[in-house]
Structures are given as C-alpha cells and as structure tokens.
Design a protein around this ligand. Sequence first.
Ligand SMILES: Nc1ncnc2c1ncn2[C@@H]1O[C@H](COP(=O)(O)OP(=O)(O)O)[C@@H](O)[C@H]1O
Ligand SMILES: [Mg+2]
Length: 349
Amino acid sequence: MKKLRLGVIIGGKSNEHEISLLSGYGVLSNLNPEKYSVYVIIISENGDWFLYSGDFEKIKDGRWKEDRENLKDVVMTSSGKLLLLQGRSEFIELDVVFPVLHGLNGEDGKIQGLFEIAEIPFVGSKTASSAVCMDKDFTNSILAQNNINIADWITLRRREKKTFDEMKKKIEKQLHYPVFVKPANSGSSVGTSKVKNAETLEMAIDLAFREDNKILVQKAIEGQEIECAVLGNDDPTASFPGEIEPCNEFYDYEAKYFKPSVLHLPARIGDEAAETIKSTSKKVYNILGCHGMARVDYILDQNGNAWLMELNTIPGFTEISMYPKMLEKMGIGYSELLDSLISLALETH
Ligand SMILES: Nc1ncnc2c1ncn2[C@@H]1O[C@H](COP(=O)(O)OP(=O)(O)O)[C@@H](O)[C@H]1O
Ligand SMILES: [Mg+2]
C-alpha cells in the first residue's frame, strides 16, 4: 500500500506554543510508520515555518531550534504543496495535513482558511467552526440560543472604552461573586482568574484584556470538571465522559500541565448525567458544524446540571491529555484514533 504523505504541523504563534510541541510529540510518536510518510512542520513563536527532519525527542523541550542541519525554511502553496526555500527551491506534495496547534493562529480558523485556499485535506474543523469555537462569546451566544446550559455571562469589549467603575457596575448588576474572568479567545486558562470579591476584579480584567480585546465575566459554577471526547463528521460518536480533579482551586495553567491533577476515567458521575453529557456533546458538535474531533468541557453542579464551558476543536494530545485517553477507554487506541482522524479529513475533502 502506498503511504500517505502527511504533514504534521506543530508549535505556532500562540500562547500555547509549548503545549502544541508536547501534543505534536504525542501524535508523532503514535503514528503508524507503515501508513504514513511524515513531514514535520514546525511553526516558530514568530510565525516562521520550518520543515524538521531531526529527532522527535528534541521537539518536546524546544531543542529542535538548535538542530539547524535538520531545519529547512518552507511555505505552503496551492494544492497542498510545500515549497522548500533553502538553496534550491523544491516542491513537496502532501496528501493531508494534521494541524496539532492550540489556540490563536492554529485552532481559530486562520490556518484552516489557508488549507482551504491551498485545497489540501486537513484534520479537524473547517474555518468558520474553528473560529466560532475559539471565541467563547460566540460559542456561548449560539449555544444559549439553542437551549444549551451556559452559565450566565457578560461580554466586555476594549473598544467600548468603559472605565473600571462602569464595568464593575455592569458586572455586579447581573452577576454575583464569585465570577470567572477570561479572554474570549485564549486557551489553557491563560488570562483566566477566579474573582471572589470586588478587590481583585480590576486585576483580573486587566489580565484577561492582555490576551484579547474581548473578555467574558461569567458566573462561577461549583462542581466537577467533566470532559467528553467527540469523534466523527456528520454522525459523530461521543465517549463516556472523563473527569479532572484539579490540584489547584480551578483548572488553571499550572494544574493543567505542571502539577499532578487527578484524572478519573470514567468520570465519577451517574449514568443519567453521563448520557446527558454525551448527547449534548454530539448535539453542540453538530450545531457548530465541527468536523473530525472536539473535546467538549463542562462543569457538573451538585444538582446534576451540566454547564457547558467550551469546545476545543484541537484538543490536547500530550502524554497526559484526556482526549486520546477517553477514546482509548472506548477501545480506540491512540494510533487507531490518528488513522480515523486522517480518514475523516479525507472523507470531508
Ligand atoms: N464559569 C465558570 N465556572 C467554574 N469554573 C470555570 C468557569 N469558567 C472557567 N472556569 C475554570 O477555568 C478553566 C478554564 O476555563 P475555560 O473556559 O475552559 O477556558 P480555557 O480555554 O482556557 O480552557 C476551567 O477548566 C475551569 O476550571
Ligand atoms: Mg478549558
């Protein structure tokens, strides 16, 4: 069988660059070498594209940058061709690409738009779905209109030029403390704070506005952090939910990647809650027009209500990530999952 020429794109100009390298390592180490000729494309934090042919181990900790003899400058051109820029110019044809990028410029529809223009099949959601799922204000607005449980929230925009007192008044009129303040477009909890009283509100707003021009202030839901893996195109499957027991007060950046938060697989929830979460996950996936994969995150409160937090159209693929683990629990191993995602990409093209 002819091997598929697969471009795996990792890194990216995003505040989740490092996480993408870890996810990329996870994907690269689990791809079946019999099926794919893999081209590793690393996008630097500045947005430069490189074709990398060095050791995968060097990807994890950023040592790839020093491996100059295994790096070539590239750009993506039409019909899925990569143009090598160094020395002589040369085209490399790809059959499909897998962006293993998180957050801005990778998960938000921009690079998906480039693939669509270049007419190259790619893993995951298309431009519009990716952009809507990246923006928590857009996601919440669409899903609330479709009667999905979304915790009450307020959107603040930099261009409204409100003073802190005006923002505070607006927030306190509609919401009670504690609240979460978070950028509309970010990930990995970067720029997110839990605010228990007016004293720390301004700091939290400033922190969130550092990441984005639009931020959300949302009612804090007390409960269990639940995640559900969705895989497929038009008729997707949803995994049994998993649960995260964060080691910090909430699932912040440190609790996600640097401290031992506890994963419970399956989640410690009843069958009824699990069924609701699975069916809601498939429903929102279809409403938002997702393709390939998504991880849908919730907080399940003490009354058994699941409040949708967000959809991640390129979920984590690191060694500790929930998405591949949840599917593994359903009998879909990591390599098999990657095969399915690539088949789904070719199917939609
Ligand atoms: N309204 C909320 N109620 C309770 N916890 C929240 C709320 N919003 C955010 N969080 C906490 O912050 C984490 C990150 O928020 P989330 O909306 O998922 O953004 P990100 O894209 O950064 O993961 C969540 O996993 C949860 O621990
Ligand atoms: Mg999240």
